[in-house]
Design a binder for this molecule. Structure first.
Ligand code: PEP
Ligand code: MG
Length: 888
């Protein structure tokens, strides 16, 4: 019989950290902490496979599982000495979700479960604190009504507010035991009115209701959105953790808090966290009360008054610091911890590997390697290459004028400017229309997730560094300023205000998530710092990587950026991109629309100097490195004139009348331009185009070699080849141009001629194609399009559904379809090498900057990947990780 329930605590651990898939992250780590002797309240985990079974069986629980849960409860009762449902000394439990990977705020939690009209009296008697007991019951009904019964949350909040107002109170804590007793009665009436049944008094009914709700929350809309954004399969399911309650709200020797063993924003080696005296766990995360600092240093740095935990509770703080060190050494990673202090006794509620910014990920990985806690190889594997993106983007120019409106907490680093919006739907709409927006909320909740994703930055008026907004923004890599307490937001009026300054929706705002500053208007930015930790990690990565990394670049500026990021050459220079320039487009159109070779040559002669100048500048920047230049490729319609004025301009340049020109343009119309007259088909039909381009390349290369002595190595690339004969013909054109230029200049340079592999036929016939080509570069954009028979320009409309349905695991235009396109690449590589063992192999489609695709390139043994300049560092790190993983 399958086991579904796993116990922990009191010297028992049925599972451990290795059981994350089965027990979820939280369950596995609770079991692990219990097994290394840390103080964990006893409990049990209902394993993740139960989640799918719960749905399969019509949201019911099999009898065997009900028996297992009974045993689990007995386990907790045995250790705590309390009994579930006992009127004199009741056991209370928490019921929480816990998936394999953490999904902050996405899933449901119920606390204080086990309270009813009888047990509340027992709790009051045992604790000697009436107020505490009734407040716990009040909170329990409110949470249960919201999470399990799905009743209107607002009506309970309202009842609480009215109760305070009626009595002239400001804080919840002012409510007395009698006030709370009355409020509980009101809450129960609210439940009965909305649910048409009384609040459940049977503690076992309460438990099963809560367990079902947690499994149910796996299929909630917000959980689905979160999974989609984070590539989490629906099949994983969540586990449910049932655990004895401990109370941080039993007076001034009790507290609750969250902590990181190192700074999750900057990565510094300092304990970092927040706590609240006399509060229950959710109070910290919800951002309702502003928490206090953990350490004295942090408090002083922030200039805050309320005592830090180190000062207020020195003994427990000391114990906690020991636990931090023990956990870091045990897990060999930065930990994110939840704890509760109940009347002076420390309890650990959670540990997990802490989410961190890219900046912190780098710092922590490098520090831990230098501390000897992990190896350099592990340090490289620890940093998510895609997260480097966060570091490669601009920060605010320190010298730019700024009009600071207010300041909040620096919750997630980076700077962003955009139009102010006050709700997630508006953020999503305006972002879809191409606007940069800053989402401004009093506090965020999981319902805001789509708006946070769409926004360039997030600003909240309430909440600490571990509030929902802060945690989610850091995970998404969005700049965030939280807890800007001076800010008041009027969602109805669509305005926000600080003192007498008012900002309306749509006005520009800048936030700096590194300092917490909020500024009116847009502020100039500066390029990121590429030295420091970033440089160190890149150096380490370069030691371990085998794949070379080049850049897709066609302007000197792109080439310079690429070199700064460590590119080792250009893997794709798309020459047609050089033609969109206003000064050149007329000559290009004249060339395309010419009706004979003579007409084309006139236009080409006008283009030659411009092309030569481009190549010269690129060769200068890439001195001594290989530069792959692709001859003209695009579907010609991309260049055809559309406007009357454009036609007139071309007609004048070419000396023909507009009507003839329009007729010619009509003749060139194609039904499937992507499969039409493009790629080497242009060169085959109009060889003079490739001849002139090749001439420009060789003349520029010789000029640069003569001037600087560092001869570039041009690699002339023929696009969209499907047959060996096409390449043979085009290579002859290029070689002839080289011979002519070399003879004219009385000198030679080294160069290669090769082809892109972009068509299935080319992959299959790679053996013959390699007879004429000295290199292959996989053009995986077109190869994906032609292999899947999916238009790269139209795929967005339906591919989302394909990914949701699991037909493709990821968007195949982003991450290589290893099974299909990947097999063709493998075939082409094998057959190419069989003909020409030293053939140079690379990839220049968008996939060249995607870590998963780079891992695949490593397995095929390509020589290099080529990615857009900003993805070069990502590719360097991903290549090192791929090499390390291949080594095992
Ligand atoms: C490709 O097809 O992968 C490629 C790099 O060429 P382009 O994107 O210019 O068609
Ligand atoms: Mg292509």
């Amino acid at each position: 019989m399958t086991q579904y329930v796993y116990r922990f605590g009191g010297g028992v651990s049925d599972g451990g950290a290795g059981d994350r898939n089965l027990l979820g992250g939280k369950g596995a780590n609770l079991a692990e902490m219990a097994s290394i002797g840390l103080p964990v309240p006893p409990g049990f985990t209902i394993a993740t496979p139960m989640c799918a079974r719960y749905y399969d069986e019509g949201q019911k629980f099999p009898e065997s599982v009900q028996d297992e849960v009974k045993t689990g409860i007995t386990h907790i009762e045995g250790i705590t000495g309390k009994r579930f449902g006992d009127a004199s000394d009741p056991l209370l439990v928490s019921v929480r979700s816990g998936a394999r990977v953490s999904m902050p705020g996405m899933m449901d939690t119920v606390l204080n479960l086990g309270l009813n009209d009888r047990t509340v009296e027992g709790l009051a008697a045992v604790s000697g604190d009436d107020r505490f007991a009734w407040d716990s019951y009040r909170r329990f009904i409110q949470m249960y009504a919201d999470v399990v019964l799905e009743l209107d949350h607002g009506s309970f909040e309202e009842a609480l507010e009215i109760a305070k107002e009626d009595r002239g109170y400001y804080l919840d804590t002012e409510l007395t035991a009698d006030d709370l007793r009355a409020l509980v009665a009101e809450y129960k009436a609210l439940v009965e009115a909305q649910w048409h049944k009384p609040f459940p008094q049977d503690v076992h009914d309460q438990l099963w209701g809560a367990v079902g709700a947690v499994f149910g929350s796996w299929q909630s809309e917000r959980a689905k959105v979160y999974r989609r954004l984070n590539d989490i399969p629906a099949t994983w399911g969540t586990a449910v953790n049932v655990q004895a309650m401990v109370f941080g709200n039993m007076g001034d020797t009790s507290a609750t808090g969250v902590a990181f063993t190192r700074d999750p924003a900057k990565g510094d080696r300092a304990y970092y966290g927040e706590f609240l005296i006399n509060a229950q766990g959710e109070d910290v995360v919800a951002g309702i009360r502003t928490p206090q600092y953990l350490t004295k240093v942090a408090r002083e740095e922030a200039g805050a008054k309320p005592a830090s935990m180190e000062e207020a509770m020195p003994a427990v703080y000391g114990e906690l610091a020991n636990v931090f060190d023990l956990l870091e050494t045990h897990y060999r990673d930065m930990q994110d911890i939840e704890f509760t202090v109940q009347q002076g006794k420390l309890w650990m509620l959670q540990t997990r590997s802490g989410k961190r910014t890219a900046k912190a990920a780098l710092r922590i990985a490098i520090d831990m390697a230098n501390e000897g806690l992990i190896t350099r190889e592990e340090a490289i594997l620890r940093v998510d290459p895609s997260a480097l993106d966060q570091l490669l983007h601009p920060t605010l120019d320190p010298n730019a004028p700024r009009d600071v409106l207010t300041k909040g907490l620096p919750a997630s680093p980076g700077a962003a400017s955009g139009a102010v919006v006050f709700d997630a739907d508006t953020a999503e709409k305006r972002a879809a229309a191409g606007d940069a927006v800053i989402l401004v909320r009093t506090e965020t909740s999981p319902e805001d997730i789509h708006g946070m994703h769409a926004a360039k930055g997030i600003l909240t008026a309430r909440g600490g560094m571990t509030s929902h907004a802060a945690v989610v923004a850091r995970g998404m890599g969005r700049p965030c300023v939280s807890g800007a307490g001076m800010l008041s937001i009027d969602v109805k009026a669509r305005t926000m205000r600080v003192g007498d300054r008012v900002v309306k929706e749509g006005e520009l705002l800048t936030i700096d998530g590194t300092t917490g500053e909020v500024m009116v208007g847009a502020v100039a930015t500066v390029q990121p710092e590429l030295a420091g930790d970033f440089g160190t990690l890149m150096e380490w990565a370069d030691v371990f990587r085998r794949l070379k990394v080049r850049a897709n670049a066609e302007t000197p500026l792109d080439c310079r950026t690429a070199r700064e990021f460590g590119a080792e050459g250009v893997g794709l220079c798309r020459t047609e991109h050089m033609f969109f320039d206003a000064e050149r487009i007329t000559a290009v159109r004249q060339m395309i629309l010419a009706s004979d070779e003579a007409g084309r040559r006139v236009a080409l002669d006008r283009l030659l100097p411009a092309q030569r100048k481009d190549f010269t500048e690129i060769f200068e920047v890439m001195a001594g490195l290989p530069v792959t230049i692709r001859l003209l490729d695009p579907p010609l319609h991309e260049f055809l004139p559309h406007e009357e004025a454009d036609f007139a301009e071309v007609a004048q340049a070419a000396g023909i009348d507009i009507d003839t020109l329009k007729r010619r343009a009509n003749e060139l119309h194609e039904f499937n331009p992507m499969l039409g007259h493009r790629g080497c088909r242009l060169g085959v039909t109009y060889p003079e185009i490739y001849e002139i381009q090749a001439r420009a390349i060789f003349e520029a290369a010789i000029d640069v070699a003569a001037k600087s002595g560092a001869a570039p190595i041009p690699e002339v690339m023929i696009p969209l080849v499907g047959t060996a004969r096409e390449l043979e013909l085009m290579k002859a054109v290029v070689d002839a141009a080289a011979r002519t230029v070399f003879a004219e200049r009385g000198t030679t340079i080294e160069y290669l001629v090769g082809t892109m592999i972009e068509l299935p036929r080319a992959a299959l016939k790679a053996g013959e194609i390699a007879e004429h080509g000295e290199f292959f570069s996989f053009g995986t954009n077109d190869l994906t399009q032609t292999t899947l028979g999916v238009s790269r320009d139209d795929a967005a409309r339906f591919l989302g559904v394909y990914v949701e349905q699991g037909i493709y695991a990821k968007d195949p235009f982003v991450s290589i379809d290893v099974e299909g396109v990947g097999e063709l690449i493998q075939i082409a590589a094998d057959r190419g090498r069989a003909t020409r063992p030293q053939i140079k192999l690379g990839i220049c489609g968008e996939h060249g900057g995607d870590p998963a695709s780079i891992a695949f390139c490593e397995t095929v043994g390509l020589d290099y990947v080529s990615a857009s300049p900003y993805r070069v560092p990502i590719a360097r790190l991903a290549a090192a990780q791929a090499a390390l993983k291949a080594k095992g």
